[in-house]
Design a protein around this ligand. Structure first.
Ligand code: GTP
Length: 205
């Protein structure tokens, strides 16, 4: 701890990231894979997200401590208004489709619109084509995902929450983009209760 006082050691940036995309594309599985790497095997059973939930992942970038607050929204249509109400104040979005589900890919344009409307056009977005382990069931070619991402000027990865493919890289890329572009508020973790951010939008205090 040479050179750093107790207080400085506890400082961290807080970044709000929101998962978005149709129901069943794998948002919860991706968040779980990323935030609970030590957890047991991937679960193939589907339990729809009801409402909203968030997980916190501490990471370090170029000696900067960052707490990623990752909000997992419900993709089901009946939760759409609730889910998109959490878009406000987010600095980054992980927008997910399922490479075996054409509707989920075609729905991306509409999610983009929701994101820009609610969070502004300065936000950082990353596009993920998930379930790339299911190659035999693929209906969305990789080049289509790449083209869509290129048109929007955003990074693209094909991922598998099941096989842990590109999950870490996707979040690292998004976090890096956010940190390079934004001036986040430095929080003192001794006084900020993360549960409080359920009631207020982080980085907007
Ligand atoms: N083969 C495979 N299955 C996956 C993958 N990711 C998720 N699944 C499965 O897809 C189903 C839906 O996953 P969820 O993570 O619950 O999807 P979601 O997008 O959070 O769904 P909502 O809560 O309804 O918005 C589950 O049965 C998962 O096991 C993946 O990378 N590969």
């Amino acid at each position: 701890m040479a050179g750093l006082g107790q207080g400085a050691a506890r400082k961290s940036l807080l970044v709000k990231i929101v998962m978005a995309g149709e129901s069943c594309v794998g948002k919860t599985s991706i968040v779980r894979r990323y935030t609970e790497p030590g957890s047991p095997a991937f679960s193939s059973s589907y339990l729809a997200t009801i409402g909203i939930d968030f997980k916190v992942k501490p990471v370090t970038f170029n000696d900067t401590r960052v707490k990623l607050q990752i909000w997992d929204t419900a993709g089901q249509e009946r939760f759409h208004t609730l889910s998109t109400s959490y878009f406000r104040g987010a600095q980054g979005f992980v927008l997910v489709y399922d490479i075996t589900n054409l509707d989920s890919f075609q729905g991306i344009a509409s999610w983009m619109k929701d994101i820009y409307e609610k969070a502004g056009d300065e936000v950082d977005i990353i596009l993920l084509g998930n379930k790339c382990d299911k190659e035999t069931e693929r209906v969305v070619p990789k080049h289509k995902g790449e083209k869509l991402a290129w048109e929007h000027g955003i990074p693209f990865f094909e991922t598998s929450a099941k096989d842990n493919v590109n999950i870490e890289d996707a979040f690292s890329t998004l976090t890096k983009e956010i940190l390079e572009k934004k001036s986040c508020v430095l929080y003192d973790l001794d006084v900020v209760d993360l549960s409080e951010s359920k009631k207020r939008t982080c980085c907007a205090l």
